[in-house]
Every structure is written in C-alpha cells, then in structure tokens.
Design a protein around this ligand. Structure first.
Ligand code: CIZ
Length: 301
C-alpha cells in the first residue's frame, strides 16, 4: 500500500472508489461513494489525475464532468451488464414512437446514449426528478425494476426501455427467494434493499434506496441484524461506518465480477504508466455534460 500512496503523491493523483469495490481498494481510496457522489467529488479535488475504481460508465461520467483532468480506469474491461442492455436502436425506436414523452437515462447506461437523453438520473435521484417533471408518463432506460419502483412511488406511468432491462446481480441474487432465505436464517432482521431488485423482493424490505441512501438508512431502522440487499461490497463500507451494528450482506453471493476487476496491482500499474486513460469524443462529452447539468438544475428547483 505504501508504494501506491507514494505514487499518488508524486503524480498528484486521487483514487475514487465505488461502494461495491473490494475492501483493499476501498481502503486505499481517497473517497468512496456512489457514482454521482464520486463524479461530484472529482469536481472539487485539487488533483491532476483521478484513478477511478468502478465500472466504465462511471469512469466516463467522471471524465465527462472533469474534461481538464486525466481520468485513469485501471481495467476498461470492467463494464456493466445492465448498461450494455441498452442499444442505440432502442433509443431511436423510442424517440420515434414516443416523441413527446420525457426520456430519462439511468446512470447505468452507455455514455454516448446519455447524450441523446432528456435527463440522466441515479438510483438516488430518479424518483425526485421524475416527480418534478409533472408528467403522467415517462420513459426510464434501461432498468425495469427501477422504473417499476419509481412508478410505485410517484404514481407516474414509467415505462422501461428495453422492457427486460435489469442488473443480473439484483434481479437474480437479490430476488425474493434470497430475501426469504436470509430472513429464515436471521428472523426479525431488517432488510434494506436497492431499487434494482424486483418488486416482490422489495416488498419484504423496510427501506428501499440507492447505495448512499441505504447507508444513510442503516442507523434509522432500529437495532438487531440489518441485511443489505445489494452487491455485497456495500457491507464492507457499511461496517466501517457503523462498527457497532450487526450488518450482513443479504446474499454474500451477490458479487459483481466487473466491479471486482479493480485490484491494488492494476491501480498501481495504472498510476505508474498513466494508462488506460478514459478517452471520450469531445462532442459526446459536451452533450452529456449539458444533460447532466440540466438534470441537476431540475433536481435543485
Ligand atoms: O449510482 C451508483 O453508484 C449505482 C450504480 C448504484 C447506487 O445505488 O449507488
């Protein structure tokens, strides 16, 4: 670890790590958080280089918002299966079929497609932004479970594009089967769950929220065992924040192998060689920045 700390100092670099990262990566990071928190943090850090430990669309969002900084992504093969379910053809078709319905892209989507959206949201801002639109109908791509959750909370008819879009970790491994299994092992435990989980799993939870909202909810749900229904990496972060609470992953098998492609060795290599760099087309970056800024403006109203 000392070698990475020294390299960071020499390069005037910071390491930003997503909440789902391996423990040793969270420990070496200067900041740990969700994608939006990290992208915002990147705007305020006095560093020339940002090493981003997370999946590619997140590293690209940091690069979009920070065009003057070098953003390194230690393993560009770390992609997001959910984001990759959305194609340019989906966007073309939905714009053609529903030209007047607001098109909102979840942050877990390809960067070049965000440039074609009206708004971009995270799981923490989706509900708020869609209720602020004052519409009866909206399109949210690509997560069907998040779209369903936002519909439930806001009463807006939120259609998912594509209709089958999902995160395989949340859809399969944070499903009702695993919630019931965990509750039978820890009777009376409180489940806090991510909105990418299916509705019948969410029904058994005391709180639903993004990773940052889940962390915030932990001390608010009362004592006893707390089960975190999301990628298992969040449990490490939660236990560090609340060492006296009994926090467990709802399903320890809920591991995103893409998130776990970041290791100390490739972070170190990336700082030594100053690559792989996140490269974005200037036009795409400018357009995505505008869409994100428009979204943040609406959220702050
Ligand atoms: O926005 C993020 O970081 C994601 C993908 C999930 C979350 O809830 O934090």
């Amino acid at each position: 670890m000392e070698d990475i700390i020294e390299l960071k100092r020499r390069r005037n670099a910071v390491i930003l790590a997503h909440n789902y990262q391996l423990p040793e990566v969270q420990d070496i990071a200067d900041f740990v958080g969700d994608s939006l928190e990290l992208a915002r943090k990147a705007l305020t850090v006095d560093a020339d280089i940002i090493v981003f430990a997370g999946v590619s669309f997140m590293a690209e969002m940091v690069a979009t918002l920070n065009p003057d900084k070098v953003v390194l992504h230690p393993d560009p093969r770390a992609r997001c299966l959910l984001a990759d379910m959305l194609t340019p053809e989906h966007i073309r078709r939905v714009r053609e079929e529903s030209p007047n319905t607001p098109l909102i892209l979840y942050v877990n989507s390809p960067t070049e497609l965000k440039a074609l959206a009206d708004y971009v949201v995270t799981s923490s801002s989706a509900t708020k932004l869609i209720s602020k639109l004052g519409v009866d109908e909206a399109i949210l791509a690509p997560d069907k479970n998040l779209a369903d959750y936002v519909s439930q909370v806001t009463g807006v008819n939120v259609k998912s594009v594509p209709p089958y879009g999902h995160c395989p970790i949340h859809e399969n491994l944070i499903s009702r089967y695993y919630v019931e299994k965990a509750l039978s092992k820890y009777p009376g435990a409180k489940v806090i769950i991510h909105p990418e989980a299916p509705r019948d799993a969410r029904e058994l939870a005391v709180r639903v929220g993004s990773t940052s909202q889940m962390l915030k909810a932990i001390p608010e749900v009362g004592g006893g065992t707390i089960l975190l229904g999301t990628e298992e990496g969040l449990t490490y972060r939660a236990r560090k924040l609340y060492p006296n609470l009994n926090i467990r992953p709802l399903n320890p098998l809920a591991v995103c192998t893409d998130m776990k492609k970041m290791h100390l060795f490739n972070i170190k290599e990336s700082l030594e060689k100053l690559k792989p760099k996140v490269e974005l087309s200037r036009d795409v970056a400018r357009k995505v920045k505008e869409v994100i800024e428009e979204s943040l403006k609406l959220l702050s109203k």
